[in-house]
Design a protein around this ligand. Structure first.
Ligand code: FAD
Ligand code: MG
Length: 343
């Protein structure tokens, strides 16, 4: 009977979500409940163990669809679309929190992280799929309106400068993962792992008390991995040029843009994984470390801390920060990688 109700709930949820999103039923085997949804243009796999997991997963998926409808630039009725279309709008506390967090990070990174990069990302075709290299004149005119310091907040109202628009694609999936983890815990779940595209969020440890194992993808061969991280109760978020890209004349162009040049970031890093208890920060960090490059990322780590990282350079060097020295196992020496754990 309980299973029937679960399936019915899944069906009702499917009927109520936006046409961009979809959900498959919950599967169950050996105490493990799992469901797959498509939201935020990404396949997400939610897995939870123990009593109450089926209802908890359904609630988590509802939460993701709720956040998508509030934060997506591709849904006209979203709060972010209201800001973009009107130049200003009053938003919920949650949207405000994400935007304010993004603005603080922009300050700390001197603009390497900038949610007003949206028109440039769009011009490259990374949202429409109509990929092309923008011409220099178009790019330079779009870059004039990329400036986080022209985003102002007053109470719950967010205003943009003339000709600007924003996109929370580098931070909102992290917020969604964090919200779902918090929700599962509130519902009594002690063991879960949520994979929202390149964002992994863990709740507690595995049911047998051992740590979760998160594989770190080889950015040069996405069917392989370079190592395994053991962790619990944290977010593990990776940004890489291999996640969304196109190729033209033998060159690869990816979706993480350097706001100074308007071109895909070419910092020497090909993957940045961040391990941080706060999913929202982990998502933003992984994006801007990728833009900053190795040296500035390590400066940022020494100055601010609060996270650990696995950084991979185009020379196939893997740099691991000291806090995860014992938790990361390097497995890719036979594919040309070297690994250095910092002290
Ligand atoms: P991340 O490194 O986390 O983020 C890269 C993304 O951040 C880029 O795609 C760009 O949007 C933005 N960005 C690039 N450079 C910078 C920078 N320097 N500073 C700040 N931000 C930057 N995609 C679609 O094609 N269609 C959709 O309908 C759609 N809906 C979405 C709804 C939501 C709520 C969210 C959060 C994302 C959505 N996306 C959509 C985006 C899609 O999921 C992206 O692939 C994803 O956000 C990129 O995440 P990532 O983990 O690969 O990279
Ligand atoms: Mg990110």
């Amino acid at each position: 009977m309980k299973k029937l109700i679960t399936l019915l709930l899944a069906f009702l949820l499917l009927c109520s979500c936006s046409p961009k999103s979809s959900i498959e039923g919950i599967t169950y085997s050996d105490g493990k409940y799992s469901m797959q949804i498509f939201a935020m243009d990404t396949v997400m796999t939610l897995t939870s163990y123990g009593k109450g997991s089926d209802e908890a997963l359904l609630k988590a998926s509802e939460e993701i669809f709720r956040l998508e409808s509030m934060l997506s630039t591709e849904i006209d009725s979203s709060e972010v679309s209201s800001i973009n279309s009107g130049g200003s709008a009053a938003v919920s506390d949650e949207t405000l929190y994400i935007i304010q967090t993004a603005l603080q990070i922009s300050e700390l990174t001197g603009g390497a992280f900038d949610i007003s990069i949206a028109p440039v990302v769009r011009e490259w075709g990374f949202i429409s799929g109509d990929y092309h290299i923008p011409d220099a004149a178009t790019l330079s005119s779009l870059l004039k309106n990329v400036d986080y310091s022209k985003i102002s907040v007053s109470g719950n109202s967010v205003s943009l400068g003339e000709g600007m628009s924003i996109d929370l694609g580098a931070i909102a999936k992290g917020y969604a993962g964090q919200k779902c983890a918090d929700l599962l815990k509130e519902l009594g779940v002690e063991s879960a792992i949520l994979a929202l595209g390149g964002n992994v969020q863990t709740v507690g440890a595995k049911p047998d008390g051992s740590l979760w194992k998160v594989a770190i993808q080889d950015p040069l061969d996405i069917d392989s991995t370079v190592g395994v991280l053991r962790c619990s109760d944290t977010a593990v978020v990776t940004s890489g040029g291999y996640q969304r890209y196109f190729e033209e004349n033998g060159m690869r162009y990816h979706h993480i843009i350097n706001p100074v040049t308007g071109f895909p970031a070419d910092s020497g890093l090909i993957s940045a994984t961040v391990i941080c208890p706060d999913g929202t920060l982990a998502d933003a960090l992984s994006t801007f470390l990728f833009v900053l490059g190795l040296e500035k990322s390590l400066d940022y780590y020494s100055t601010y801390g609060g996270f650990e990282a696995i950084l991979i350079t185009s020379d196939q060097e893997i740099i691991v920060t000291p806090g995860i020295a014992e938790s990361f196992t390097f497995t890719a020496s036979d594919t040309g990688y070297t690994c250095t754990v910092l002290e």
